[in-house]
Write a protein that binds this ligand. Structure first.
Ligand code: ZN
Length: 145
């Protein structure tokens, strides 16, 4: 038996799906009175939750949540599309204009210019990630309401 107690997560896992715990964790839990009492508490809790789950979600929760998510996503969904077109235009138009000198563009550029290009790309990616994060936060807030 190992001396350290498994984490709360492991104990919950043990209650819900013991097969997913390691043999070491199981042998500890089964021989540790402290962990046994925690597990017993979680078993009671799990039993209570199982009894509650059905009536609490009697209505169509999935449809209600998805409806709200679509509402939340709709106004923002239009923005990235325009942004993508704009970015594509900024890449494609210069490439097309300078297609004949493209080879020299990539051999004559200084390290500073490469740095600027990478910095600009980094900013664009950063803005996208920030947007994605804000959208995610908005959805989480909706769920928590
Ligand atoms: Zn223990």
């Amino acid at each position: 038996m190992s001396r350290t107690h498994p984490s709360e997560e492991v104990l919950q896992q043990f209650v819900l799906e013991a097969v997913t715990c390691s043999a070491e964790e199981i042998s500890h839990i089964e021989s540790c009175p402290e962990c046994q009492s925690t597990v017993a508490t979680y078993k009671v809790l799990a039993g209570e939750l199982a009894g509650l789950a059905a009536p609490a979600f009697d209505f169509d929760l999935v449809a209600a949540v998805i409806g709200q998510l679509e509402e939340a996503a709709a106004p923002q969904a239009k923005m990235p599309k325009g942004t993508i077109v704009l970015i594509a235009a900024f890449i494609v138009i210069p490439l097309w204009l300078f297609r004949k000198s493209a080879y020299f563009v990539f051999t004559d550029m200084s390290a500073v210019f490469y740095g600027l290009v990478f910095a600009a790309a980094g900013i664009v990616v950063g803005v996208f990630l920030l947007r994605l994060y804000k959208k995610y936060q908005q959805i989480i807030n909706l769920i928590n309401e």
